[in-house]
Design a protein around this ligand. Structure first.
Ligand SMILES: [Mg+2]
Length: 388
């Protein structure tokens, strides 16, 4: 079997005014994704998705990566990953006659590779008539889910978080930097309200979006210890691995990070710094199924848990479901509670999420079919996802 076509399509999902939430990142006005299609000679098509700026991702997929894939056997996913990544590391220098290191071996190039890798695994599953997680090697058929939300200000955090628990989630995550005027005092009030809302038996995680400095993060962690916090996510900038490690050493709360990292090499650095307890690679950013399996194996050697970051399109979420079923050290999967039709209304089939668990689809490939009207419904809109 040969690959005959590789193409990309930017899509957007505008958030209506009344459903917009505000965090330190700004006000979310839309969710973007780039859908990636890899077609085999018999017409079977795999679908992937990439994070990152859609017009740029689409250009990288179609102009840089597609020529490396055409005519190749789509079942050789490891070989194709290595070929794409090697192509991102070196470029021939016409003037000097030898290869030079490239500057684009992280970031959007890795996101584009991730989108293609997901599409290749979907295609492989469809060609072999098996779900992706069966091909990866299943360890389970369902996984604990956590409700990812927690934007409500002040005491209203109690009602919001209780709502998720009442819908069957026994793990929930809230933002601790949701206010314009961040203060430790206010964050503690909101976490206390959330704990009151969910009771003692529901796991509570907090996320600072990497926006605190080290000393503030340490002080906040100390204040949150009495509330039995399951993890403190991105307490400081993800670029500051040593700072993450410093916060981790200062508190009994486990540290989670990884959603903004690329490849096993970035995660190796975090592991060597002993900067995290919970590893959170994103399948549409860190390198697709092929690379995240390697990251998970490295994590297992160090006794670290995996909880994939899963925030974006339905394709990203579907891929995350299959990952969660096939990684032995994965214990928890993120389920967004934001207004996200691009995640919840992209496919003809519904996700199976009940009693706080996500169930694997027993269908070939990722197991989901794009709706007929997806291209019109999610037509790409120019501009940033967050505005101030
Ligand atoms: Mg996060």
């Amino acid at each position: 079997m040969r690959i005959t076509d590789v193409r990309a399509m930017p899509v957007s999902d505008p958030v209506p005014e009344e459903k917009r939430h505000r965090t330190d990142l700004g006000t979310k006005v839309k969710t973007d994704a780039t859908l990636v299609f890899v077609e085999a000679e018999d017409g079977t098509t795999g679908v992937g998705a990439a994070l990152g700026s859609p017009p740029t991702i689409a250009s990288i997929v179609e102009h840089e990566l597609a020529p490396q894939l055409l005519d190749a056997d789509p079942l050789y996913t490891e070989r194709l990953w290595e070929r794409m990544y090697a192509g991102s590391r070196w470029k021939p220098s016409l003037e000097r006659g030898y290869s030079q290191p490239r500057e684009d071996r992280r970031g959007i190039t890795l996101e584009a590779i991730s989108g293609i890798d997901i599409a290749l695994w979907d295609l492989k599953g469809k060609l072999l008539d098996q779900p992706v997680y069966t091909l990866l090697g299943p360890v389970r058929d369902d996984v604990q889910a956590y409700a990812s939300g927690g934007w409500a200000p002040g005491e209203r955090a109690e009602t919001e978080m209780r709502g998720y628990a009442e819908r069957g989630f026994d793990a929930v995550k809230m933002r601790v930097v949701g206010e314009d005027d961040f203060s430790i005092e206010n964050a503690v009030i909101r976490v206390e309200a959330a704990r009151r809302g969910i009771g003692d038996d529901v796991d509570l995680m907090v996320d600072a979006h990497g926006s605190l400095d080290v000393s503030t993060a340490k002080r906040l962690a100390k204040r949150l210890e009495p509330y039995d916090i399951e993890w403190f996510e991105e307490p400081v900038s993800p670029d500051d691995h040593a700072g993450l490690a410093e916060v981790r050493r200062s508190t009994t709360i486990p540290i989670a990070t990884g959603e903004r990292e690329f490849t096993r090499f970035d995660f190796l650095s975090l592991m060597e710094e002993r900067a995290m307890d919970v590893v959170q690679p994103d399948v549409a950013r860190a390198g697709g199924f092929t690379e995240i399996r390697r990251i998970a194996a490295m994590a297992s050697a160090r006794g670290l848990r995996i909880a994939p970051h899963a925030w974006g399109s339905g394709v990203l979420f579907a891929a995350s479901i299959h990952l969660a079923m096939a990684l032995p050290n994965c214990h928890l999967l993120e389920v967004s509670q934001a207004h996200m039709p691009l995640m919840y209304d992209l496919f003809e089939e519904d996700y199976e999420i009940r009693d706080g668990r996500v169930y694997a689809p027993d269908r070939p490939g990722l197991g989901f079919t794009l709706r007929d009207d997806y291209a019109d419904r999610f037509e790409y809109v120019e501009g940033p996802e967050y505005v101030f």
